[in-house]
Write a protein of this length. Structure first.
Length: 355
């Protein structure tokens, strides 16, 4: 089926068009620059930017795919989780499109969409994809971005996804952004820390790993916590500043990056081992991190775990992944969602489609 997907859970207005598993268009407008002076995504600013970008982004996607609205078989949209006001813009646009064209509408889960991204193939992905085979299930999936840090087990994309762990405070990308800020680096901090860390010593400072809060704060076996790490970096920098000596920014960045990468990869591979699932899929903007990729690759290979990393354009938030999940729901014969669903900022991952 030819499916148009709309994604507005955070700061990307994403519109993607797929035919089954074939990617035809993946168009993005981001309001990231508008959030820079606040050091993080401002929900109201993001919602307004989605409103302005929605129609032009749909038009660009249709042009890129070489199709018209008449060609579409279905519309898919992110219903949650995410920023409520931002989600609402995509949900409203998708409803308007579906109703005006008489198309079935599928309201889907953003996190499961990230996994759906890995199904996509197509000419424009070929250079980035190389020779990877089909996604095999079950798989463990680690999704890390500015808004989420989630470890899932996916047994069936349209019917069986379970949360193994998530962050109980800051998301990993958020921690990168906050630590960058306290080191005087611009937003978004992830790429900046990555760049600066390349010249630093990752063993210079031993920052804490794992949950710094009491274990009973965790809901799941593999929950993450990054606020303790962030505070520990802040304390270390304060102490150094008090001595009047210069802060070794490269060493702090490298040591912090090492701690985050270590925690993410250790927990993900522990889940693979505990569940007996030798497959790990990565997704989310933090996957761009050089050390996360490197550590995941080396430790997965040592553990005999197949590591899958989709092209970065499909790892960050995008509409194609939502269209892909929508196409899978259509292919599975699922009934479309009713028109009375809304934006659900805390949609659980077990709810793959909202009715
Ligand atoms: P959502 O959480 O809904 O997916 P998001 O906009 O936060 O939304 P992305 O756009 O996928 O998610 O990712 C942005 C985040 O990824 C930012 O926090 C950014 O700092 C982080 N990031 C980007 N590049 C890197 C990198 N090289 N190293 C570490 N973090 C990075
Ligand atoms: Mg983003
Ligand atoms: Fe996301």
């Amino acid at each position: 089926p030819l499916v148009l997907g709309i994604e507005t859970s955070c700061d990307e207005t994403g519109v993607g068009i797929v035919r089954g598993r074939t990617l035809l268009a993946n168009t993005i407008a981001s309001s990231m620059d508008e959030h820079a002076r606040f050091g993080g995504v401002v929900p109201e600013v993001a919602a307004r930017a989605h409103l302005e970008a929605m129609t032009p982004t749909i038009e660009r996607a249709l042009a890129e795919a070489g199709v018209t609205l008449d060609d579409l078989d279905a519309v898919a949209v992110t219903s949650g989780p995410g920023l409520a006001g931002a989600l609402m813009v995509g949900v409203s646009a998708a409803k308007a499109l579906a109703v005006s064209r008489g198309l079935p509408l599928y309201a889907v889960n953003h996190l499961v969409g990230h996994v759906g991204a890995d199904l996509l193939r197509g000419e424009q992905l070929r250079p980035a994809l190389g020779d990877v085979g089909e996604l095999e299930l079950p798989t463990v999936a680690l999704l890390v971005s500015g808004g989420h840090t989630s470890l899932l087990v996916v047994r069936d994309l349209v019917s069986d996804v379970e949360m193994l762990g998530e962050t109980i405070d800051d998301a990993a990308g958020e921690a990168f952004d906050k630590v960058a800020r306290l080191l005087g680096l611009p937003y978004p901090g992830g790429p900046q820390i990555d760049r600066v860390a390349a010249d630093g010593d990752p063993l210079a400072i031993r920052f804490p790993r794992g949950l710094s809060l009491p274990k009973d704060m965790a809901k799941h076996r593999y929950d993450f916590s990054f606020s303790g790490l962030k505070t520990s970096v802040a304390r270390w920098v304060e102490k150094r500043e008090a001595t009047g000596e210069p802060v070794p920014v490269a060493d702090v960045a490298a040591s912090f990056r090492e701690a985050v990468a270590d925690v993410l990869v250790t927990k993900a591979l522990a889940a693979c081992a505990d569940l007996g699932i030798p497959r790990l899929l990565l997704g989310g903007g933090v996957v761009a991190n050089a050390r996360v990729r490197e550590l995941a690759a080396s430790r997965a290979s040592r553990a005999g775990v197949e590591l899958r990393v989709p092209p970065l354009s499909l790892c960050t938030d995008n509409g194609a992944m939502i269209a892909s999940l929508g196409a899978q729901l259509v292919a599975a014969g699922r009934a479309p969602s009713g028109l009375d669903f809304g934006a659900d900022s805390t949609l659980p991952v077990t709810e793959i489609q909202v009715r």
